[in-house]
Ligand binder design. Structure first.
Ligand code: SF4
Length: 358
């Protein structure tokens, strides 16, 4: 790449898409150039999403006990990770969980179940839950993530009020068979197409850190662009003990930011969501990553705990962002803005009998 990242952003805003070489240059940037990458990707982010952050909330409707063998997944066949395992939540439990996320500031609820794919009975069960959630919270967006879909199921979900369907491609087609053998990449693409065909907003993303090359990460992003994925969750592998990827730590915080930036350059106007592994892999660079991505999950993930929901909201506010659709968003649009919170008086360390914060 002979242009600077800033020039690349200008070119993309002008309507010339990023090329494979541009995307590889972002991933290959030195850590010394990280701020240049973030500033350029941040221009694209602000051009399309201003300072808003979409906040999503996960409800794991059915956890573990999956017959598929996705090597990265703590819920997979053969995984001995000591996760919670339970069958379908009842509608009132699902409703209570969704309400907690909405109270916390989420505007989209992602209703997820483990398994290869739903039976028609499962689809009816979820349709009932979605109806109940929408009755109480008509403004909420609901995304379903139930696995591989059969003919007619996407249409039924749409009819029940589901807005979006998530099914990640997870990795490049050229790497897919290394990480799962019980279904194919084509199976996954087929489900995204079924969702799209039924009028559901397609949500499909990837997991980085599965031993893929830079070329394969770029291949996956271009596939998602081609597929027209409206929202792109970028997960960073959480290497659960008891799964084939245990103790696989291929990512650094700066590398994760570059992956998010590459996604932004390739899909400038799509929702780029920092998904699983955010706290573990980005660590103190979470704030920097928000200048590139425009969406996060609030609170906990499917089988692991995230940082406190209030810390997520602070991360957003402290960096000058607002939750999309929130009161602060409305206030900012109206030209008002809100303040911070009181100092916590120190009552530990020097001068006390309580252990120091170190
Ligand atoms: S990713 Fe989904 S299909 Fe694959 S093992 Fe996990 S729960 Fe099952």
């Amino acid at each position: 790449m002979t242009t600077t990242f800033d020039e690349l952003a200008t070119r993309i805003i002008g309507g010339t898409p990023a090329t494979v070489d541009d995307a590889l240059a972002v991933l290959g940037a030195s850590d010394d150039d990280l701020l240049d990458v973030v500033a350029a990707a941040g221009r694209l982010r602000r051009h399309h999403f201003a300072n808003t952050v979409k906040v999503n909330y996960l409800v794991n409707l059915k956890s573990g006990l999956c017959p598929e063998n996705c090597n990265y997944c703590s819920q997979a066949l053969g995984s001995t990770a000591p996760i919670l395992k339970y069958s379908w939540l009842k509608t009132d439990e699902a409703l209570a969980q969704a309400a907690a996320g909405l109270r916390g500031g989420a505007t989209r609820v992602c209703m997820v179940s483990s398994g290869r794919g739903p039976t028609d009975k499962d689809v009816e069960r979820v349709a009932g839950m979605v109806g109940a959630i929408k009755d109480e919270h008509p403004q909420v967006e609901v995304c379903a993530c139930l696995g591989l879909l059969k003919d007619g199921q996407a249409e039924r979900l749409r009819e029940a009020g589901v807005d979006a369907y998530n099914h990640n491609i997870n990795t490049a087609e050229s790497h897919h068979d290394q990480i799962v053998q019980t279904h194919t990449y084509a199976d996954r693409v087929d489900t995204v197409e079924k969702a799209k065909g039924a009028g559901l907003s397609p949500c499909s993303g990837l997991i980085a850190g599965l031993g893929e090359s830079d070329e394969q990460l770029v291949e996956a992003l271009f596939a998602l662009a081609e597929m027209g994925s409206d929202s792109i969750p970028v997960n960073f592998l959480m290497p659960f003990d008891g799964t084939p990827f245990e103790k696989t730590w291929d990512l650094t915080p700066a590398r994760c930011v570059k992956i998010l930036a590459m996604a932004r350059f390739v899909c400038p106007d799509k929702e780029i969501r920092i998904a699983g592994g955010r706290e573990m892999h980005l660590r103190s660079l979470q704030a920097l990553a928000l200048h590139v991505a425009n969406s996060i999950f609030l609170g906990d993930y499917l089988t692991s705990e995230g940082q406190a929901a209030e810390t997520d909201l602070e991360l957003i506010r402290d960096n000058g962002f607002v939750v999309l659709g929130s009161e602060e968003h409305a206030q900012q649009v109206a030209g008002q803005l809100v303040g911070g919170h009181d100092p916590a008086i120190r009552r530990r360390g020097a001068g006390t009998d309580v252990a120091a914060n170190a």
